[in-house]
Design a protein around this ligand. Structure first.
Ligand SMILES: *Cc1c(COP(=O)(O)O)cnc(C)c1O
Length: 244
């Protein structure tokens, strides 16, 4: 690692505001294309591997009010270093049940719930610290071996079990589609997610509020919004390429 000069830091901060201006314009036009208003779509800044100075800038100077981290450890480390009074924090990466204890009370939402076991543990740990944690069910929409999330077939059955757990509240679905060679294939995955989302919403299951459909990242958020996403999770298009 080379020491970064403050001039480099300033340049990067400048890019972050420019990137966000452009992203917000794109979100607005994709929202219009799908018959919605720009404010119907929430923008999450995905902050994994990003140093606090940049996240702080995005919050204080660019109106970011929702951030997402992948890892519990990283989230807990950064939490005290960020001005989060008016900022919502979500966990978006895979969570092992035995880590639910650490995250309860530190995020409003866990977007990556993919098993009844995890939901139970999260509910129990949330009650223990006196909160209700919102959850999204993660769907492995492309049926990929390498990905976490439940299959669309499992979804109704798992949802039924999760909906009765105290300490959590189901708010919607999250997905990361497979890498697609063409945009039509990608669109089909997003559109399938929207169908699942609407169908579940129509069932009016007790304690299930299908109001968040989290899909779309730096490379595909416009298509995701056009197909019905109302929360996009954007990292590299805001902060630049990640260095691990
Ligand atoms: C890293 C990550 C993102 C953001 O990815 P970008 O391509 O950098 O926008 C979104 N969602 C999840 C679950 C991620 O892990």
């Amino acid at each position: 690692m080379t020491e970064k000069s403050s001039a480099d830091t300033d340049v990067r901060l400048g890019y972050i505001s420019e990137n966000l201006l452009e992203i917000r314009e794109n979100i607005a036009s994709a929202a219009k294309a799908s018959g919605r208003k720009p404010e119907d779509i929430r923008l999450m800044a995905v902050t994994k591997t990003v140093e606090p100075i940049y996240i702080k800038y995005a919050i204080e100077n660019c109106g970011i009010d929702l951030i997402g981290e992948n890892k519990v450890q990283e989230l807990l480390l950064k939490e005290p270093l960020l001005p989060l009074e008016n900022v919502e924090s979500h966990l978006i990466g895979h969570l092992q049940s035995n880590k639910a204890r650490k995250i309860a009370g530190h995020v409003s939402t866990v977007e990556s719930v993919d098993s009844v076991e995890l939901a139970c543990e999260l509910g129990k740990r949330s009650l223990a610290v006196g909160v209700v944690t919102d959850v999204l069910l993660e769907v492995n929409i492309g049926g990929e071996e390498s990905k976490t999330g439940m299959s669309p077939d499992e979804l109704p059955h798992t949802l039924e079990k999760i909906s009765v757990i105290d300490g959590i509240k189901v708010r919607g679905l999250m997905a990361i589609p497979p890498i697609c060679e063409n945009n039509d294939d990608l669109r089909r995955f997003f559109s399938y997610m929207r169908k699942l989302f609407v169908d579940i919403g129509d069932k009016n299951i007790d304690n299930v509020y299908m109001d968040i459909l989290s899909m779309g990242m730096s490379g595909d958020y416009k298509t995701a919004i056009e197909e019905g996403s109302n929360l996009v999770r954007i990292g590299s298009a805001i902060f630049g390429a990640r260095t691990y």
